[in-house]
Design a protein around this ligand. Structure first.
Ligand SMILES: [Ca+2]
Ligand SMILES: [Ca+2]
Length: 343
């Protein structure tokens, strides 16, 4: 091979190698999305990240070995509340969207699970078991000023959001587990609304108790900009987004995913965009008339743990098998999946 030809081949190989190094790959398993003001926040590798709503310019917002989950934008888009177990159990923390040191807002030893900010941006609604009845606590409002969280006026609340005009709260009483598919029965959940002036509570879904055998999960109520309550329901056999009027009327199906159920939907504080997980990707849905769109997030970053672990042992291997060409050997050691060694 001539020196010139070798140089060209080397340059081509080197260029492709360099591209492989610098090109970020689309990620899977981003979780718990929420959006506001053209941005999306989500959890990835246990941290909160922020990107453009099209997935562009992803940046790590928190950087802690604990699990940081369920980001929720404040109504003005300047803050993100999130859950973290960095002090030993699930608490509420707040961080500016521009980054900085998070501030801890709850300190109770029970889990304090973020729902949404209050419309005035002065508090955060949580579900918790801190009430007198540990199985059925109401939702609580956590004031941003650090004062004592206050129970809301329902007997039980596992999820919920206050309408943008502050007049009503939509909520679930029972909790939902999306991985318990096709559940029908007394432990399914429904969407309820409470008028925050009169305190009157109304059940919106599965109201005919004689039909209890057909009742399905109706979870994560979200107030849309159109005044409708959007929620996650298994009415068509898969978890999809549905909507219902807070006044009266039948549920209407909004998304039609059939491969995988919708998981962890949340809505922007202004009620214009729902984001959720489906098929291990993040999706967005404009309210009221949008269609679901998959969000691609290209990410290259410094991971916190090594991809390769070196083990030392004084024990013998349980078994081994050489590859057909004899250049590798698979070794079964200590109940671990086979380790591969080059001969
Ligand atoms: Ca807590
Ligand atoms: Ca139901």
């Amino acid at each position: 091979m001539s020196k010139k030809r070798f140089t060209v081949i080397f340059a081509v190989v080197f260029t492709f190698t360099l591209m492989a190094v610098v090109q970020a790959e689309p990620i899977k398993f981003a979780r718990y999305p929420n959006s506001s003001h053209g941005k999306i926040a989500f959890t990835y590798h246990g941290d909160i990240w922020i990107a453009g709503i099209d997935g562009s310019n992803p940046k790590r917002l928190t950087d802690h070995i604990a699990m940081d989950v369920y980001p929720r934008f404040s109504p003005d888009g300047k803050w993100i509340a999130f859950n973290s177990n960095r002090m030993g159990n699930t608490d509420v923390w707040v961080i500016p969207v521009t980054g900085g040191e998070p501030r801890q807002l709850t300190f109770h030893t029970t889990g304090d699970n973020i729902q949404y900010w209050t419309p005035d941006g002065q508090g955060i609604i949580i579900s918790t078991t801190r009430g007198a009845n540990p199985w059925f606590s109401p939702l609580y409002m956590v004031p941003l000023d650090g004062s004592i969280p206050l129970p809301m006026d329902m007997d039980a609340g596992s999820a919920g959001m206050i309408s943008q005009d502050g007049s009503m709260v939509a909520f679930n009483r029972n909790s939902t587990r999306y991985w318990r598919k096709h559940y029908k029965g007394n432990n399914q959940t429904d969407v309820w609304v409470q008028d925050l002036t009169t305190k009157k509570i109304t059940q919106l879904t599965d109201t005919d108790i004689e039909e209890f055998r057909s009742h399905v999960q109706d979870a994560y109520p979200m107030w849309g900009v159109d005044g409708m309550i959007y929620f996650l329901s298994e009415r068509d056999g898969f978890f999809n987004i549905w909507k219902i009027s807070p006044g009266d009327g039948a549920p209407v199906q909004v998304t039609f995913h059939e491969k995988d159920g919708v998981q962890y939907p949340s809505i922007s504080p202004d009620g214009t965009l729902i984001t959720y997980e489906n098929e291990f990707d993040l999706w967005k849905l404009s309210i009221p008339d949008g269609v679901p769109e998959r969000i691609t997030i290209d990410l290259d970053f410094d991971i916190k743990k090594n991809m390769v672990e070196y083990l030392s042992s004084e024990n013998t291997a349980d078994g081994f098998s050489p590859s057909p060409e004899g250049d590798y050997a698979a070794v079964d050691y200590h109940g671990e999946p086979p380790q591969t060694y080059r001969a």
